[in-house]
Design a protein around this ligand. Structure first.
Ligand SMILES: Cc1ncc(COP(=O)(O)O)c(C=O)c1O
Length: 467
């Protein structure tokens, strides 16, 4: 790993000195490295950069780095090899203290039902005072469409090029965006086309506003064009719901498929709602931007997304971008729901998106997810060889088929063994049985946590089959 990437990883974990901080710089650096090793981000046998080189990259002295390395060596986490360097030790460390605490306090030991950023360590350190957070645009804090700077940044970095900031509004997470779409577009009895496995938050929103989900066949690139065209003609839906990086399957929509679907909705004068919440989590190393139907049918595509999966879910910042005739009703729905999203969250999001290292951090997060995906898949292949899945190209979850078992029943058994998993049925619209023998497992957690979870899942599976 090159020293710049290493320094960014360390920087993410370095906590700012607290007021009256007693710990030395070396101790704080040792803590940051400790947390990277225990989380599995620094793998056994990784060679740490030379003291002088790392010191220069972090802006600290060589002595500070040497002191941190000594502390880690004393704790048994690294090994100083004379004349060769400092290496992460091979013995697998246990879960970080944070997970252990959780383990003691709750009934759930490990929560593989949550496909989330596990903690805020992806966020850069910010030098923001409370007064900075109160610097809202507009100053009264009621930004009905969102903070004007944030709308600009999201239009530049998140939404497909088809929409400028004037056609983008800020929401409280993508979950609210899904509800605003249903609120603005549905009348009771309206049909919405969804895939056989789809995001439950959209199903809940459709139900809440009296719509009727209709499941349409698909393949690993999304809706299959012929079935989609037939369903559009038959049901005249208010909209069709897609995810270019799919939750739960992790499949990625191909450019050609996005173009074909765009043509169908344009010709039928209906809408495609594209949930891009996971769009920045394509895990292939050479991946480019994920396709959007908005490139081909901007007047018939509504896009929405979130900062939850690339920065942190606790921010509660999402967005919707839509063609002008749809944008008005969405803005009205937003106002009647909660007037405006929190000005403080948005101010923080502005600072985070302006971080100069944002792209490097995102690449590091994707790489970490790729390693965790392969780790979970490897552990399952070893310990639960009868389970099957297609290795996801994106996202944060594995969509696993259990041979001859009911996903919901197994989820209950797994819970008794200390692991929460999502039963596949929650991703299926009424009448679709595609999730019945499935569970969804999050691989967003550090490798030692995944290892503990899989050992418990294996015990649960043995008990389940015996029972
Ligand atoms: C596809 C999809 N849409 C929406 C959401 C909700 O995201 P948020 O946390 O921004 O409300 C999620 C969260 O998992 C998701 O996976």
């Amino acid at each position: 790993m090159d020293v710049d990437r290493f320094a960014v990883l360390v920087g993410e974990r370095l906590r700012r000195p607290r007021r009256n901080e007693r710990r030395s710089r070396g101790e704080r650096l040792a803590d940051a490295l400790d947390s990277l090793i225990r989380s599995g981000d620094l793998r056994p046998e990784t060679r740490l950069p030379a003291e002088r080189v790392l010191g220069a990259a972090l802006g600290v002295s060589r002595g500070t780095v040497a002191s941190a390395f000594d502390q880690l060596a004393a704790a048994g986490l690294v090994e100083r090899r004379h004349g060769s360097g400092t290496y992460v030790r091979a013995a697998a460390p246990g879960p970080q203290p944070i997970f252990r605490r959780w383990l003691r306090e709750g009934t759930v030991v490990v929560d593989l039902a949550k496909s989330v950023v596990p903690d805020p360590s992806l966020l850069p350190r910010l030098d923001l005072a409370v007064e900075d957070l109160l610097d809202a645009h507009p100053a009264d804090g009621y930004a009905f469409l969102g903070d004007s700077r944030l709308r600009g940044l999201l239009a530049d970095h998140a939404a497909p090029g088809a929409y400028g900031p004037d056609l983008l509004l800020v929401t409280s997470g993508a979950q609210q965006a899904l509800h605003l779409v249903a609120d603005a577009l549905l009348r009771p009895g309206d049909r919405v086309l969804v895939e056989h496995a789809t995001y439950p938050g959209m199903l809940a929103a459709i139900e809440r506003f009296g719509g009727v989900p209709v499941a349409v066949d698909g393949d690993r690139y999304g809706f299959s064009p012929a079935a989609f065209a037939d369903a559009v003609a038959e049901h005249r839906p208010a909209y069709a719901f897609t995810m270019p990086v799919h939750n739960p399957t992790g499949s990625v929509t191909a450019e050609r498929r996005a173009k074909t679907l765009a043509g169908i909705v344009r010709d039928a004068d209906t809408l495609l709602v594209e949930d891009r919440t996971l769009a920045d989590l394509v895990l292939a190393e050479d991946a480019g931007p994920v396709a959007s139907a908005a490139a081909y049918a901007p007047d018939h595509t509504v896009c929405l997304g979130s900062l939850s999966k690339t920065l942190w879910g606790g921010l509660r910042v999402g967005w919707i971008a839509a063609p002008r005739p749809v944008f008005g009703p969405l803005a009205v729905a937003k106002q009647r729901t909660d007037l405006a999203s929190s000005a403080l969250d948005q101010r923080l999001a502005v600072a985070l998106l302006a971080d100069p290292d944002a792209a490097v951090r995102q690449a590091a997060w994707r790489e970490r997810l790729r390693v965790r995906r392969d780790c979970l898949a490897g552990l399952l292949a070893e310990q639960l060889p009868s389970w099957s899945w297609t290795l996801p190209q994106g996202g944060m979850s594995l969509w696993v088929r259990l041979p001859g078992a009911d996903g919901e029943e197994f989820a209950a058994t797994a819970m008794r063994h200390g692991v929460a998993v999502s039963p596949g049925a929650v991703f299926a619209p009424p009448g679709s049985d595609v999730g019945d023998d499935r569970i969804r497992l999050s691989f967003a957690w550090p490798e030692p946590v995944l290892a503990e979870a899989v050992a418990m899942l294996a015990a649960a599976w043995t008990a389940h089959r015996a029972g």
